[in-house]
Ligand binder design. Sequence first.
Ligand SMILES: NC(=O)c1ccc[n+]([C@@H]2O[C@H](COP(=O)([O-])OP(=O)(O)OC[C@H]3O[C@@H](n4cnc5c(N)ncnc54)[C@H](O)[C@@H]3O)[C@@H](O)[C@H]2O)c1
Length: 353
Amino acid sequence: MKDKLRAGVIGMGVGVRHACGYLEHKDVELVAVAAKDDLHKVSEKCPGFTGKVYEDAYEMLAKEKLDIVSVAVPNFLHKEFTIAALESGAHVLCEKPMALNASEAQEMLDASKRCGKKLGINFSYRFYPQSQAMKSIVDEGLLGNIYYGRTVWLRRRGIPGLNSTARTYGTWFFDKKRAGGGPLIDLGVHRLDLALWLMGYPEPEWVMASTYDKLARRMAAENGVEYSVEDMACAMIKFKNGATLELDAAWAVNIKEREFQQTRIAGEKGGLFQYNVNEEKKYEIEYYYDIDGRQFDSRLHTLTDVPSAYSQFVDAVRDDKPFSVTPEQGVTVMRILDAVYKSAAEGAPVKIG
Ligand SMILES: NC(=O)c1ccc[n+]([C@@H]2O[C@H](COP(=O)([O-])OP(=O)(O)OC[C@H]3O[C@@H](n4cnc5c(N)ncnc54)[C@H](O)[C@@H]3O)[C@@H](O)[C@H]2O)c1
Protein backbone atom coordinates (compact mmCIF):
# COMPACT_ATOMS: atom_id res chain seq x y z
CA MET A 1 0.00 0.00 0.00
CA LYS A 2 1.40 3.39 -1.07
CA ASP A 3 -0.17 5.86 1.36
CA LYS A 4 -1.84 5.46 4.67
CA LEU A 5 -5.64 5.70 4.77
CA ARG A 6 -6.89 9.01 6.19
CA ALA A 7 -9.32 8.69 9.11
CA GLY A 8 -11.47 11.13 11.06
CA VAL A 9 -13.77 10.73 14.05
CA ILE A 10 -16.94 12.72 14.84
CA GLY A 11 -17.80 12.73 18.55
CA MET A 12 -15.39 12.52 21.49
CA GLY A 13 -17.35 10.48 24.05
CA VAL A 14 -16.95 6.87 23.01
CA GLY A 15 -15.36 8.36 19.88
CA VAL A 16 -12.03 8.52 21.72
CA ARG A 17 -11.97 4.71 21.55
CA HIS A 18 -12.29 4.95 17.76
CA ALA A 19 -9.55 7.61 17.69
CA CYS A 20 -7.19 5.50 19.81
CA GLY A 21 -8.06 2.44 17.71
CA TYR A 22 -7.03 4.23 14.51
CA LEU A 23 -3.85 5.55 16.13
CA GLU A 24 -2.81 1.98 16.86
CA HIS A 25 -3.25 0.73 13.26
CA LYS A 26 -0.18 0.96 11.05
CA ASP A 27 -2.10 1.51 7.80
CA VAL A 28 -4.20 4.47 8.87
CA GLU A 29 -3.49 8.02 9.97
CA LEU A 30 -5.94 9.79 12.25
CA VAL A 31 -5.85 13.19 10.58
CA ALA A 32 -8.74 14.97 12.31
CA VAL A 33 -11.52 14.78 14.88
CA ALA A 34 -14.68 16.82 15.32
CA ALA A 35 -16.88 17.42 18.35
CA LYS A 36 -18.72 20.18 20.14
CA ASP A 37 -17.55 21.09 23.63
CA ASP A 38 -15.27 18.17 24.53
CA LEU A 39 -12.57 18.21 21.83
CA HIS A 40 -9.91 18.29 24.55
CA LYS A 41 -10.64 14.59 25.27
CA VAL A 42 -8.68 13.49 22.20
CA SER A 43 -5.39 14.87 23.53
CA GLU A 44 -6.13 13.65 27.07
CA LYS A 45 -7.08 10.11 26.09
CA CYS A 46 -5.12 9.61 22.84
CA PRO A 47 -1.71 11.18 23.57
CA GLY A 48 -0.28 10.27 20.15
CA PHE A 49 -2.82 12.41 18.30
CA THR A 50 -1.28 15.24 16.27
CA GLY A 51 -4.08 15.90 13.78
CA LYS A 52 -6.56 18.77 13.46
CA VAL A 53 -9.63 19.43 15.59
CA TYR A 54 -12.89 20.83 14.24
CA GLU A 55 -16.01 22.12 15.95
CA ASP A 56 -17.86 21.76 12.67
CA ALA A 57 -17.91 18.17 11.40
CA TYR A 58 -19.07 19.29 7.95
CA GLU A 59 -15.99 21.49 7.62
CA MET A 60 -13.81 18.49 8.53
CA LEU A 61 -15.54 16.35 5.89
CA ALA A 62 -15.15 19.06 3.24
CA LYS A 63 -11.48 19.84 3.93
CA GLU A 64 -9.83 16.57 4.95
CA LYS A 65 -10.65 14.14 2.07
CA LEU A 66 -11.07 11.27 4.50
CA ASP A 67 -11.07 7.59 3.54
CA ILE A 68 -12.64 6.48 6.86
CA VAL A 69 -14.98 8.34 9.20
CA SER A 70 -16.25 7.13 12.56
CA VAL A 71 -19.62 8.53 13.60
CA ALA A 72 -19.84 8.50 17.40
CA VAL A 73 -22.40 11.19 18.21
CA PRO A 74 -25.82 11.05 19.91
CA ASN A 75 -28.22 8.69 18.13
CA PHE A 76 -30.33 11.38 16.40
CA LEU A 77 -27.20 12.56 14.52
CA HIS A 78 -26.11 9.15 13.19
CA LYS A 79 -28.12 9.39 9.98
CA GLU A 80 -27.12 12.92 8.95
CA PHE A 81 -23.39 12.54 9.67
CA THR A 82 -23.20 9.04 8.19
CA ILE A 83 -24.83 10.10 4.94
CA ALA A 84 -22.72 13.28 4.76
CA ALA A 85 -19.53 11.28 5.32
CA LEU A 86 -20.48 8.66 2.71
CA GLU A 87 -21.28 11.44 0.23
CA SER A 88 -17.89 13.05 0.97
CA GLY A 89 -16.28 9.82 -0.30
CA ALA A 90 -15.50 8.09 3.01
CA HIS A 91 -16.26 4.63 4.32
CA VAL A 92 -18.14 4.93 7.62
CA LEU A 93 -18.02 3.07 10.91
CA CYS A 94 -21.15 4.22 12.76
CA GLU A 95 -21.84 3.65 16.44
CA LYS A 96 -24.77 1.58 17.60
CA PRO A 97 -27.73 1.87 17.47
CA MET A 98 -27.53 2.41 13.71
CA ALA A 99 -30.19 5.17 13.88
CA LEU A 100 -33.34 6.28 15.69
CA ASN A 101 -35.50 3.81 13.74
CA ALA A 102 -35.55 1.41 10.79
CA SER A 103 -36.53 3.96 8.16
CA GLU A 104 -33.52 6.16 9.01
CA ALA A 105 -31.30 3.06 9.04
CA GLN A 106 -32.60 2.06 5.61
CA GLU A 107 -31.73 5.56 4.26
CA MET A 108 -28.18 5.06 5.53
CA LEU A 109 -27.94 1.63 3.90
CA ASP A 110 -29.26 3.08 0.62
CA ALA A 111 -26.70 5.90 0.81
CA SER A 112 -23.82 3.45 1.28
CA LYS A 113 -24.92 1.55 -1.83
CA ARG A 114 -25.47 4.74 -3.83
CA CYS A 115 -22.01 6.06 -2.88
CA GLY A 116 -20.30 2.68 -3.28
CA LYS A 117 -18.77 2.97 0.22
CA LYS A 118 -18.71 0.56 3.15
CA LEU A 119 -20.93 1.19 6.15
CA GLY A 120 -20.16 -0.78 9.33
CA ILE A 121 -22.03 -0.65 12.64
CA ASN A 122 -20.04 -0.84 15.87
CA PHE A 123 -21.70 -3.73 17.66
CA SER A 124 -18.54 -3.90 19.73
CA TYR A 125 -19.48 -6.93 21.86
CA ARG A 126 -19.03 -9.16 18.83
CA PHE A 127 -15.32 -8.35 18.96
CA TYR A 128 -14.74 -10.01 22.33
CA PRO A 129 -12.79 -13.30 22.11
CA GLN A 130 -15.66 -15.07 23.92
CA SER A 131 -18.15 -13.96 21.25
CA GLN A 132 -15.83 -14.97 18.41
CA ALA A 133 -15.27 -18.39 20.03
CA MET A 134 -19.03 -18.91 20.27
CA LYS A 135 -19.45 -17.98 16.63
CA SER A 136 -16.80 -20.45 15.51
CA ILE A 137 -18.54 -23.25 17.46
CA VAL A 138 -21.82 -22.34 15.77
CA ASP A 139 -20.15 -22.16 12.35
CA GLU A 140 -18.64 -25.61 12.85
CA GLY A 141 -22.23 -26.90 13.10
CA LEU A 142 -21.76 -28.15 16.67
CA LEU A 143 -25.09 -26.77 17.88
CA GLY A 144 -27.16 -28.04 14.97
CA ASN A 145 -30.34 -26.16 14.18
CA ILE A 146 -30.64 -23.28 16.70
CA TYR A 147 -34.24 -22.70 17.78
CA TYR A 148 -34.01 -20.88 21.14
CA GLY A 149 -32.15 -17.90 22.54
CA ARG A 150 -32.26 -15.62 25.55
CA THR A 151 -30.23 -12.43 25.63
CA VAL A 152 -30.20 -10.02 28.53
CA TRP A 153 -28.50 -6.84 29.78
CA LEU A 154 -29.92 -5.62 33.07
CA ARG A 155 -28.56 -3.07 35.53
CA ARG A 156 -29.86 -2.61 39.03
CA ARG A 157 -29.16 1.14 38.79
CA GLY A 158 -27.07 2.03 35.75
CA ILE A 159 -28.68 5.05 34.19
CA PRO A 160 -26.30 7.01 31.91
CA GLY A 161 -25.10 10.07 33.75
CA LEU A 162 -26.53 9.11 37.10
CA ASN A 163 -23.60 6.96 38.22
CA SER A 164 -20.94 8.72 36.24
CA THR A 165 -18.96 11.85 36.95
CA ALA A 166 -18.20 12.14 33.25
CA ARG A 167 -21.66 13.36 32.34
CA THR A 168 -24.29 15.56 33.86
CA TYR A 169 -27.35 13.64 34.94
CA GLY A 170 -29.96 14.23 32.30
CA THR A 171 -28.40 14.03 28.87
CA TRP A 172 -29.71 13.27 25.40
CA PHE A 173 -29.92 9.62 26.57
CA PHE A 174 -33.24 10.38 28.37
CA ASP A 175 -34.85 12.20 25.47
CA LYS A 176 -36.93 9.96 23.18
CA LYS A 177 -36.50 12.40 20.27
CA ARG A 178 -32.69 12.38 20.45
CA ALA A 179 -32.04 8.84 21.72
CA GLY A 180 -34.93 6.93 20.12
CA GLY A 181 -35.45 5.01 23.37
CA GLY A 182 -33.81 3.98 26.64
CA PRO A 183 -31.91 0.84 27.67
CA LEU A 184 -33.38 -1.22 24.82
CA ILE A 185 -31.75 0.94 22.14
CA ASP A 186 -28.68 1.63 24.31
CA LEU A 187 -27.78 -1.75 25.89
CA GLY A 188 -30.30 -4.18 24.39
CA VAL A 189 -29.01 -3.61 20.85
CA HIS A 190 -25.65 -5.14 21.78
CA ARG A 191 -27.09 -8.33 23.26
CA LEU A 192 -29.73 -8.52 20.49
CA ASP A 193 -27.07 -8.27 17.78
CA LEU A 194 -24.92 -10.87 19.52
CA ALA A 195 -27.76 -13.40 19.72
CA LEU A 196 -28.96 -12.70 16.16
CA TRP A 197 -25.42 -13.06 14.80
CA LEU A 198 -24.98 -16.41 16.55
CA MET A 199 -28.42 -17.55 15.34
CA GLY A 200 -27.53 -16.63 11.73
CA TYR A 201 -29.58 -13.40 11.60
CA PRO A 202 -32.92 -15.16 10.95
CA GLU A 203 -35.73 -13.05 9.49
CA PRO A 204 -37.96 -11.74 12.32
CA GLU A 205 -41.71 -12.27 12.02
CA TRP A 206 -43.48 -11.34 15.28
CA VAL A 207 -42.62 -9.34 18.40
CA MET A 208 -44.52 -9.27 21.69
CA ALA A 209 -43.09 -6.76 24.17
CA SER A 210 -43.55 -4.56 27.21
CA THR A 211 -41.64 -1.46 28.29
CA TYR A 212 -41.68 0.20 31.71
CA ASP A 213 -40.46 3.43 33.29
CA LYS A 214 -41.22 2.67 36.92
CA LEU A 215 -37.93 3.78 38.52
CA ALA A 216 -35.83 6.09 36.35
CA ARG A 217 -38.59 8.58 35.53
CA ARG A 218 -39.20 9.12 39.25
CA MET A 219 -35.46 9.45 39.94
CA ALA A 220 -35.08 11.92 37.07
CA ALA A 221 -38.02 13.98 38.36
CA GLU A 222 -36.40 14.14 41.79
CA ASN A 223 -33.37 15.69 40.01
CA GLY A 224 -35.58 18.07 38.03
CA VAL A 225 -34.75 16.29 34.76
CA GLU A 226 -37.12 15.38 31.90
CA TYR A 227 -37.29 11.65 31.17
CA SER A 228 -39.19 10.34 28.15
CA VAL A 229 -37.75 6.85 27.51
CA GLU A 230 -38.27 3.41 29.08
CA ASP A 231 -36.07 2.15 31.91
CA MET A 232 -36.78 -1.49 31.13
CA ALA A 233 -37.93 -3.50 28.09
CA CYS A 234 -38.82 -7.21 27.77
CA ALA A 235 -39.58 -8.82 24.42
CA MET A 236 -40.19 -12.13 22.75
CA ILE A 237 -39.14 -12.29 19.09
CA LYS A 238 -40.41 -15.03 16.81
CA PHE A 239 -38.57 -15.71 13.55
CA LYS A 240 -39.78 -17.01 10.20
CA ASN A 241 -37.63 -20.14 10.64
CA GLY A 242 -39.59 -20.99 13.83
CA ALA A 243 -36.87 -19.91 16.31
CA THR A 244 -37.65 -17.74 19.34
CA LEU A 245 -35.47 -15.18 21.15
CA GLU A 246 -36.19 -13.54 24.50
CA LEU A 247 -34.66 -10.11 25.07
CA ASP A 248 -34.53 -8.04 28.28
CA ALA A 249 -32.77 -4.71 28.84
CA ALA A 250 -32.82 -2.34 31.81
CA TRP A 251 -31.00 0.68 33.23
CA ALA A 252 -32.91 0.28 36.49
CA VAL A 253 -34.64 -2.82 37.82
CA ASN A 254 -34.76 -4.35 41.29
CA ILE A 255 -32.42 -7.32 40.86
CA LYS A 256 -29.36 -8.31 42.88
CA GLU A 257 -26.70 -7.56 40.30
CA ARG A 258 -25.29 -4.14 39.47
CA GLU A 259 -24.50 -5.34 35.95
CA PHE A 260 -26.01 -8.56 34.56
CA GLN A 261 -25.34 -9.75 31.01
CA GLN A 262 -26.20 -13.12 29.56
CA THR A 263 -26.67 -14.57 26.10
CA ARG A 264 -27.64 -18.19 25.61
CA ILE A 265 -28.55 -20.03 22.46
CA ALA A 266 -29.64 -23.63 22.12
CA GLY A 267 -29.81 -25.99 19.18
CA GLU A 268 -30.69 -29.63 18.58
CA LYS A 269 -27.09 -30.80 19.18
CA GLY A 270 -25.73 -28.34 21.73
CA GLY A 271 -26.01 -25.02 23.53
CA LEU A 272 -23.80 -22.02 24.32
CA PHE A 273 -23.93 -19.60 27.22
CA GLN A 274 -22.05 -16.33 27.67
CA TYR A 275 -22.28 -14.50 30.99
CA ASN A 276 -20.47 -11.67 32.72
CA VAL A 277 -18.53 -12.36 35.89
CA ASN A 278 -18.25 -10.31 39.11
CA GLU A 279 -20.83 -7.88 37.71
CA GLU A 280 -18.11 -6.55 35.38
CA LYS A 281 -17.60 -6.48 31.63
CA LYS A 282 -15.62 -9.71 31.84
CA TYR A 283 -17.08 -12.79 30.24
CA GLU A 284 -17.04 -16.57 30.47
CA ILE A 285 -18.57 -18.99 28.03
CA GLU A 286 -19.86 -22.50 28.47
CA TYR A 287 -20.72 -25.13 25.88
CA TYR A 288 -23.26 -27.87 26.55
CA TYR A 289 -23.54 -30.95 24.36
CA ASP A 290 -24.78 -34.47 24.27
CA ILE A 291 -23.02 -37.65 23.12
CA ASP A 292 -25.08 -40.84 22.91
CA GLY A 293 -27.54 -39.58 25.51
CA ARG A 294 -24.81 -38.42 27.92
CA GLN A 295 -24.72 -34.71 28.62
CA PHE A 296 -21.46 -32.79 28.96
CA ASP A 297 -20.61 -29.25 30.06
CA SER A 298 -17.40 -27.48 29.18
CA ARG A 299 -15.95 -24.07 29.82
CA LEU A 300 -13.65 -22.47 27.25
CA HIS A 301 -10.40 -21.19 28.69
CA THR A 302 -7.77 -20.37 26.11
CA LEU A 303 -9.12 -17.69 23.85
CA THR A 304 -7.06 -15.73 21.40
CA ASP A 305 -7.28 -11.94 21.31
CA VAL A 306 -9.44 -10.45 18.60
CA PRO A 307 -8.57 -7.23 16.73
CA SER A 308 -10.95 -4.38 17.61
CA ALA A 309 -13.82 -3.26 15.41
CA TYR A 310 -11.75 -0.18 14.44
CA SER A 311 -8.81 -2.30 13.37
CA GLN A 312 -11.02 -4.73 11.44
CA PHE A 313 -12.83 -1.86 9.72
CA VAL A 314 -9.49 -0.42 8.52
CA ASP A 315 -8.49 -3.87 7.25
CA ALA A 316 -11.81 -4.20 5.41
CA VAL A 317 -11.34 -0.82 3.69
CA ARG A 318 -7.63 -1.42 2.93
CA ASP A 319 -8.22 -4.87 1.41
CA ASP A 320 -11.70 -4.12 0.01
CA LYS A 321 -13.20 -7.04 1.88
CA PRO A 322 -16.48 -7.21 3.84
CA PHE A 323 -16.67 -5.85 7.38
CA SER A 324 -18.38 -8.32 9.68
CA VAL A 325 -21.21 -6.06 10.90
CA THR A 326 -23.23 -5.12 7.84
CA PRO A 327 -25.72 -2.26 7.49
CA GLU A 328 -28.35 -4.86 6.54
CA GLN A 329 -27.91 -6.38 10.02
CA GLY A 330 -28.16 -2.89 11.55
CA VAL A 331 -31.47 -2.37 9.73
CA THR A 332 -32.80 -5.74 10.97
CA VAL A 333 -31.97 -4.75 14.56
CA MET A 334 -33.82 -1.45 14.08
CA ARG A 335 -36.86 -3.21 12.58
CA ILE A 336 -37.03 -5.40 15.70
CA LEU A 337 -36.62 -2.40 18.03
CA ASP A 338 -39.37 -0.49 16.19
CA ALA A 339 -41.64 -3.52 16.66
CA VAL A 340 -40.74 -3.78 20.37
CA TYR A 341 -41.75 -0.16 20.98
CA LYS A 342 -44.91 -0.57 18.86
CA SER A 343 -45.95 -3.76 20.63
CA ALA A 344 -45.35 -2.15 24.03
CA ALA A 345 -47.40 0.92 23.06
CA GLU A 346 -50.27 -1.15 21.63
CA GLY A 347 -50.18 -3.91 24.27
CA ALA A 348 -50.38 -6.50 21.50
CA PRO A 349 -48.09 -8.60 19.28
CA VAL A 350 -46.72 -6.83 16.20
CA LYS A 351 -46.03 -8.50 12.88
CA ILE A 352 -42.80 -7.38 11.18
CA GLY A 353 -42.60 -6.99 7.42
N1 LIG B 1 -20.24 0.55 21.06
C1 LIG B 1 -20.28 0.87 22.35
O1 LIG B 1 -19.94 0.07 23.20
C2 LIG B 1 -20.76 2.24 22.75
C3 LIG B 1 -20.45 2.75 24.03
C4 LIG B 1 -20.90 4.03 24.37
C5 LIG B 1 -21.65 4.78 23.45
N2 LIG B 1 -21.96 4.25 22.23
C6 LIG B 1 -22.74 5.02 21.24
O2 LIG B 1 -21.94 6.11 20.80
C7 LIG B 1 -22.75 7.25 20.53
C8 LIG B 1 -22.23 8.42 21.38
O3 LIG B 1 -22.39 8.08 22.75
P1 LIG B 1 -21.46 8.74 23.87
O4 LIG B 1 -21.66 7.93 25.09
O5 LIG B 1 -20.10 8.93 23.34
O6 LIG B 1 -22.19 10.17 24.03
P2 LIG B 1 -21.59 11.48 24.65
O7 LIG B 1 -22.76 12.36 24.92
O8 LIG B 1 -20.64 11.13 25.75
O9 LIG B 1 -20.69 12.09 23.47
C9 LIG B 1 -21.28 12.59 22.29
C10 LIG B 1 -20.21 13.30 21.46
O10 LIG B 1 -20.84 13.82 20.28
C11 LIG B 1 -20.38 15.17 20.11
N3 LIG B 1 -21.39 15.92 19.35
C12 LIG B 1 -22.66 16.17 19.70
N4 LIG B 1 -23.27 16.91 18.74
C13 LIG B 1 -22.34 17.11 17.78
C14 LIG B 1 -22.36 17.79 16.53
N5 LIG B 1 -23.45 18.43 16.08
N6 LIG B 1 -21.21 17.81 15.79
C15 LIG B 1 -20.10 17.17 16.23
N7 LIG B 1 -20.05 16.50 17.40
C16 LIG B 1 -21.15 16.47 18.16
C17 LIG B 1 -20.19 15.70 21.51
O11 LIG B 1 -19.34 16.85 21.52
C18 LIG B 1 -19.57 14.49 22.18
O12 LIG B 1 -18.18 14.48 21.92
C19 LIG B 1 -24.18 6.84 20.87
O13 LIG B 1 -24.83 6.48 19.69
C20 LIG B 1 -24.02 5.65 21.80
O14 LIG B 1 -25.09 4.75 21.71
C21 LIG B 1 -21.52 3.02 21.87
